[in-house]
Design a protein around this ligand. Structure first.
Ligand SMILES: Cc1cc2nc3c(=O)[nH]c(=O)nc-3n(C[C@H](O)[C@H](O)[C@H](O)COP(=O)(O)OP(=O)(O)OC[C@H]3O[C@@H](n4cnc5c(N)ncnc54)[C@H](O)[C@@H]3O)c2cc1C
Length: 430
């Protein structure tokens, strides 16, 4: 078993700008080269802005190359909860944005000819308890009525057409969701941003961002590991890796580890038995499992096996936890070899919602809570339009963006073991 991101073995990442020096003043400095930052850079460069993307590691190094490649509709919170938090009208706009975000990815893939196995294969949510299944019918009814979007509820006795597992109480299908190879997608997004004129600087960590006017022009001085850069505007797309360079944002983002294993390539008949319709699948728990077949027929099985971000210890421990979880769902793969295990860091806001807009003058988009492939691409584009002076529809701008209760958080998530135990408890009782 290799402790390595399987997707990267299928992908050739483009190289960033090779010049040792950063450019002179730019219109927009983008921090982070994942879906958010690169989607923003592409949109800005296409509008003629001079853009520098600053990436501490390599292109797509963060969650964007490490995820499950599930391009999902919907938000992490349930629709009734959303309506109680934001009211009908804004929730309708949020749901519409979540559907539009899938179209946004599809259009970029098509327009930029990105070879990333994008396919509208739909997603399947499976119920771990009878009461979770009972809730699906209620949710589907609200979603059809309020958002004019159709989900299909699948009873336990019909589930074998969707999944080769008998452990669930039923499911719910959304045909609009898609799957892709995320590393190939982020590589293609980087190529598209560079083709549009954006410069991408790898191994360039932003350490400080200070307000600084130049010749009467307001802007920002960035101190980076490659030297200084002056930018008119700054867009922060650092997600679960948000650090001290942007302290106000860091205090609002909780980094949470998520881990994935993949099996060896499975025989065609077995792969078809496990997932007859090749769905993107996740279960109904808080401490959930998500899984799918890869285009070359491996079972990719992920979960929040440890709450802490990835390191050698959490990755190794997760491999065994996830293997056991996979065999509980699919006893058919008990003898399959595990070829790869890796981890990455997700970004959660305290209210489990995406947030975008301006904080202390810096543009940002964060808080995708495991639904970031489509939403990060979409927010990158929408906030770039805002930076360009346009007025895009974006229901996530302007909603309250809470920090920790009593301000008890400085970016070091000391409460994660408690949160992990709490969610396990909730999964047990609810
Ligand atoms: C294991 C895993 C599985 C997931 N599965 C799914 C899924 O199936 N479907 C889904 O929709 N979502 C999924 N997600 C979530 C999704 O991957 C993320 O929401 C999305 O990739 C976030 O993109 P981003 O561009 O905002 O951030 P990232 O891709 O994390 O990029 C942030 C970048 O910022 C850089 N950076 C940070 N600080 C600095 C600095 N100071 N200077 C310069 N650069 C900096 C980092 O190096 C990093 O490359 C998953 C996430 C993980 C970790």
């Amino acid at each position: 078993m290799l402790e390595q991101n399987y997707w990267l073995t299928t992908t050739e990442m483009p190289a960033g700008n090779g010049t040792p020096e950063l450019p002179g003043p730019v219109d927009v400095a983008v921090i982070g080269s994942g879906f958010t930052g690169l989607s923003a850079a592409r949109t800005l460069a296409k509008r003629g802005a001079k853009v520098a993307v600053l990436e501490a590691e390599t292109i797509g190094w963060g969650a964007s190359s490490r995820n499950g490649g599930m391009v999902l509709t919907g938000l992490k919170l349930g629709v009734n909860k959303l309506i109680s938090m934001y009211g009908r009208e804004r929730t309708q706009r949020m749901y519409a944005a979540s559907l539009a975000s899938i179209d946004c990815v599809e259009q970029i893939v098509r327009n930029e000819s990105i070879d990333c196995d994008f396919a509208r294969c739909g997603h399947l949510e499976v119920a771990c308890k009878q009461k979770h299944f009972d809730d699906y019918a209620r949710q589907a009814e609200v979603i059809a009525r309020e958002f004019n979007h159709k989900l299909r509820v699948v009873r336990k006795n019909e589930l074998k057409d969707e999944i080769g597992s008998t452990v669930y109480y039923g499911g719910m299908v959304d045909e609009i969701s898609a799957g892709c190879n995320p590393a190939r997608y982020v590589a293609g997004l980087a190529r598209a941003a560079m083709k549009a004129g954006a410069q991408v600087f790898e191994h360039t960590r932003v350490n400080l961002v200070d307000r600084e006017s130049r010749n009467g022009d307001t802007g920002w001085q960035l101190s980076t590991s490659r030297g200084p850069l002056w930018a008119h505007e700054v867009f922060v797309g650092t997600s679960g890796y948000t650090g001290q360079a942007t302290p106000a944002l860091q205090k609002k983002v909780i980094p949470i580890g998520s881990f994935i294993i993949t099996t060896e390539i499975l025989p065609e008949a077995l792969a078809r038995e496990l997932s007859p319709r090749n769905r993107m699948i996740y279960d109904s728990k808080n401490y959930l499992y998500y899984y799918r077949l890869t285009p070359d027929r491996r079972m990719l099985f992920g979960g929040r096996a440890a709450f802490f971000p990835e390191n050698d210890r959490t990755i190794r421990r997760s491999a065994e936890i996830l293997r056991r979880g996979m065999i509980e769902v699919y006893p058919q793969v008990k003898d399959a070899r595990i070829d790869f295990v890796w981890g990455g860091t997700l970004d959660f806001a305290f209210d489990i919602m995406p947030h975008a807009g301006q904080l202390d003058g810096l543009y940002y988009a964060v808080g995708y809570a495991g639904h970031g492939v489509a939403m990060a691409t979409y927010q990158g584009q929408k906030i770039a339009e805002l930076v360009s002076g346009e007025k895009p529809e974006n229901p996530f701008v302007g909603i309250p963006f809470p920090g920790a209760p009593l301000g008890l958080y400085d970016g070091k998530p000391w409460f994660l073991p408690l949160a992990g135990a709490w969610y396990k408890f909730l999964d047990w009782v609810s």
